[in-house]
Design a protein around this ligand. Structure first.
Ligand code: GZL
Length: 315
């Protein structure tokens, strides 16, 4: 592997892919959501299709496990490393180790906070701020939100770019609508179980939730858990309380088709292709790679939910 990366560094890598299989280490966050699982499956399938040897690590949402995995990939002398960082901070030391080992790193999805952007080749991600804006813009367009609209917010993992930026985009729009206010906000760590548990306690704190106009969840998984809690509190999710979220996973389309949720912003889970494209270009000597490659996602509503569910549930 070492020889290949030096050859690559010299831009002489015309033999890289004819006779050597590329080995890539992928430090994944975990399997906390349906979206994350789709993302992992997509990367594995893409690696197989390209004949890339993928070393996959599931960190169970713990940064220390991700850092251990990256160090192991470096020790194994992989050709490149993909990191889906669970939180933004704490990455500089291990990224410096990868750079010293001449192993290119591609960041996918959430971001890393580093002074020196040469520590990674590029980041491939959706615009989470825009996702928050889209969710809030839809909510503020609803008749129920024209008078006073008290909102409960289920935040994602503390310190994760997706949580920080979705909140930022949502609040940016809310600032233009004085009748709307987030009255309760708590992390439910992007999982369905915590979404239900946290929503139960927030509904109790809000006298059962009758005064709540909407639930804003940073991902579908937490919204799906919260929907159970809303029903157990005797309210009709999607009707008494609007539900808006992000990810567009199949189960959420089912909830929208059943009238129990209202809107979601799609998050593309197919990040393996773009990541492997960048790695292959880099190993073949291309160095002027843009630092940020954006993916996009549309807003989906109840009107197309049944058809979208049928299309997606088998994929
Ligand atoms: C956002 C991603 C989030 C998803 C969740 O791009 O990091 O993490 O929205 C997942 O489903 O847990």
């Amino acid at each position: 592997m070492k020889i290949k990366s030096i050859v690559a560094g010299l831009g002489l890598c015309f033999i890289c892919h004819s006779s050597f299989a590329t080995t890539v280490g992928f430090a994944q966050v975990g399997s906390e959501s349906g979206w994350r699982t789709s993302f992992s499956e997509s990367v594995k399938a893409e690696a197989k299709k390209r004949g890339i040897e993928l070393k996959f690590s599931d960190a169970q949402q713990k940064q220390e496990n991700q850092i251990k995995a990256v160090r192991s990939f470096i020790a194994q002398g992989v050709d490149a490393i993909i990191i889906a960082p669970v939180v933004e901070t704490g990455w500089t030391p291990v990224l410096k180790e990868a750079k010293r080992a001449r192993i290119p790193v591609v960041i996918v999805d959430r971001n890393v906070q580093v002074q020196d952007e040469s520590l990674f080749v590029t980041r491939i991600a959706s615009d989470f701020v825009e996702e928050g804006r889209k969710a809030a813009t839809w909510l503020m367009s609803q008749p129920q939100a024209q008078q006073q609209c008290n909102i409960i917010e289920l935040q994602g993992t503390v310190g994760a770019t997706a949580a920080i930026d979705r909140a930022k985009g949502f609040n940016e729009v809310l600032a233009k609508h004085p009748q709307a206010k987030i009255v309760r906000s708590q992390t439910a760590e992007f999982t369905r179980a915590k979404g239900k548990e946290v929503m139960e306690s927030l509904l109790k704190a809000e006298q059962g939730g009758k005064s709540i106009c909407a639930l804003w969840a940073h991902n579908d998984e937490m919204a799906l858990g919260a929907i159970q809690a809303i029903k157990e509190a005797g309210l009709k999710p999607g009707k008494d309380m609007l539900v808006v979220s992000v990810d567009a996973v199949p189960d959420y389309f089912k909830a929208m088709a059943d009238g129990e949720a209202n809107a979601t912003v799609e998050l593309n889970p197919h990040l393996g292709g773009p990541a492997f494209d960048v790695i292959e270009a880099y190993l073949q000597g291309k160095k002027d790679i843009e630092k940020l490659i954006r993916t996009t996602g549309d807003l989906f509503l109840q009107d197309t939910a049944a058809a979208e569910y049928e299309k997606r549930r088998l994929n």
